[in-house]
Design a protein around this ligand. Structure first.
Ligand code: S3P
Length: 164
């Protein structure tokens, strides 16, 4: 099986992915890391030198490469499901799990985290972006809230998985 973890920036995909993978005996990969490897530069650099459209093309390309990965958790970027037919594609090729979080938790995590996010400018525009993206995220097979402890979230995902 292949599990695509989707959700907004700060929802906890990259923290949770490796822990969930360990529980299931799966590998874990991040589309952001694959994009950086493919481009040979960081995501903020891709955005500032080539622009967002180029980033989205690379993101789609690495997403399609995940077809080669079995028994893998794929942590996607916050925008991955919202471009091209990426959401439908992930649903066809794996189990999609939407990790959601309260807005306040998301803003707090983004502001506290050291990761540089080109699409984070201020709280209001970030919340607008979140609201515009929720309809894409809601197409996922499973919807799990990640407001509680990581252990509880992992347990909730494990319970919701189809027979392993
Ligand atoms: C993005 C989220 C980032 C990264 C890029 C664009 C987005 O990933 O893919 O900066 O469009 O929300 P995270 O969700 O891991 O922060």
């Amino acid at each position: 099986m292949r599990i695509y973890l989707i959700g907004f920036m700060g929802a906890g995909k990259s923290t949770l992915g490796p822990l969930l993978a360990k529980k299931l005996g799966y590998s874990c990969i991040e589309t952001d890391v694959l994009v950086e490897k493919l481009a040979g530069i960081s995501i903020p650099e891709i955005f500032s030198i080539y622009g967002e459209n180029y980033f989205r093309e690379l993101e789609k390309k690495v997403l399609h490469h995940t077809l080669l990965c079995n028994d893998t958790i794929v942590c996607t970027g916050g925008g991955t499901p919202c471009f091209f037919d990426n959401m439908e594609w992930m649903k066809m090729h794996g189990l999609t799990v939407y990790l959601s979080c309260d807005e306040a938790v998301i803003i707090h995590r983004i502001e506290m985290h050291q990761k540089i996010r080109p699409l984070f400018s201020d709280r209001n525009s970030t919340l607008k972006l979140l609201h515009a993206r929720i309809p894409f995220y809601q197409k996922a097979h499973l919807h799990i809230s990640n407001n509680d402890s990581l252990e509880k979230t992992i347990e909730a995902i494990l319970q919701a998985l189809p027979s392993k």
